[in-house]
Design a binder for this molecule. Structure first.
Ligand code: SF4
Length: 345
């Protein structure tokens, strides 16, 4: 299922607690069938102390939809990706893809889930053996998923084309390829099983602008190119780069300390309402104003010491007294915002 980096989460245990299904559908797209649902708290227990890595995340992603979650490093994006890849122990599951719980018991159902949901991590090697060819790596991926019927060579060429990976580079050893080609090879591998959903963590990290543009073009094209006999996958992209969100998103969610603070359409990027979203976008360099970006005030707190009330209140220029004690809910149709002041509550 995953191009996983070596485990690096030094925790005693991680527990995912189920959220309510009703809450999950509150911010779901109305006109498309929901394919993947992410309803979770991820709670770390470290040296006898518990804290939330992901705090009440409730999302539904539709067939062929491109949803981007945006947030600073340390906001919980990689934890979410690791939970989707089942790289952290799931004690009570609440991530489903096409109605199937990814923590499904039984080998057959596990294999089904691995075919349905693929996670691509920010990893320079992307799990390819540097001495073996990309073609071999893709065939191995197909065999690992027990996709032994049909013309596997044709499947490899087809997924390479969808990932904008040049067919004449399939015979190159992975170690001889530039980072951008390896990233597109990782996308090709994710497509081998025609998954229902792909989760991709920082797709543009380590790539130069041309390579980044090619990868984003390939990701953007998936909605038009799912496959001859399969619908296009839902794509959940996790990034700290607003330019990646601008290139890909049909919907954008903004994460702060493991919680959604704003969710809406791509217009959110030009008309942010939550004070954190405004600060995040102000802090991002843009070609039109490369020298005027302003850093977000204050330091991002350690996620294990999430402030009470609104977690953004120690850094928020608009904070009022109640922000220090009352956590604002995410409310609103179309555009949902978790802020007492914006919502006038
Ligand atoms: S709830 Fe208060 S502290 Fe939080 S973002 Fe809104 S104004 Fe700022």
């Amino acid at each position: 299922m995953s191009d996983a980096p070596s485990p690096a989460l030094h925790l005693d245990a991680v527990v995912i607690r189920a959220a309510t299904a009703a809450a999950a559908t509150a911010h779901a797209p109305r006109d498309l069938p929901n394919l993947a649902r992410f309803l979770m708290d991820v709670v770390a227990q470290e040296s006898g102390r518990a804290y939330r890595l992901v705090d009440g995340l409730q999302l539904a992603v539709a067939v062929a939809e491109r949803l981007v979650l945006l947030g600073e490093e340390g906001c919980g994006k990689t934890t979410l990706a690791r939970a989707c890849a089942r790289l952290v122990p799931i004690h009570a599951g609440a991530i489903t893809v096409a109605g199937v719980d990814i923590d499904a018991a039984g080998l057959k159902r596990r294999l089904h889930v691995r075919r349905m949901l693929h996670v691509i991590f920010d990893d320079p090697e992307h799990g390819f053996d540097p001495r073996r060819t990309i073609e071999r790596g893709l065939l191995d991926a197909a065999q690992a998923l027990d996709l032994t019927g049909g013309d596997l060579a044709a499947t490899v060429r087809a997924v390479a084309a969808k990932a904008r990976f040049p067919v004449d580079a399939l015979r190159e050893p992975a170690g001889a390829l530039a980072a951008g080609l390896r990233a597109r090879a990782a996308l090709a591998r994710a497509l081998v099983s025609a998954p229902a959903a792909i989760v991709i963590d920082e797709p543009a990290a380590r790539l130069d602008p041309l390579e980044r543009a090619l990868l984003l073009e390939a990701l953007g094209g998936l909605a038009r190119n799912g496959g001859d006999d399969a619908p296009p996958p839902a794509v959940l992209t996790l990034t700290q780069r607003p330019d990646v969100a601008r290139a890909l998103a049909q919907r954008v969610g903004v994460l702060y300390l493991g919680a959604l603070v704003e969710l809406g359409g791509p217009d959110l990027l030009d008309d942010p309402r939550h004070p954190y979203t405004r600060a995040l976008l102000e802090a991002a360099p843009r070609r039109s104003r490369p020298t005027t970006a302003r850093a977000i005030a204050g330091e991002l707190p350690n996620i294990s010491e999430r402030p009470a009330g609104c977690p953004f209140h120690p850094r928020c220029p608009d904070a009022v007294a109640r922000c220090a004690s009352e956590k604002p809910p995410l409310v609103g149709a179309g555009r949902a915002v978790a802020c007492h002041v914006v919502n006038g509550t």
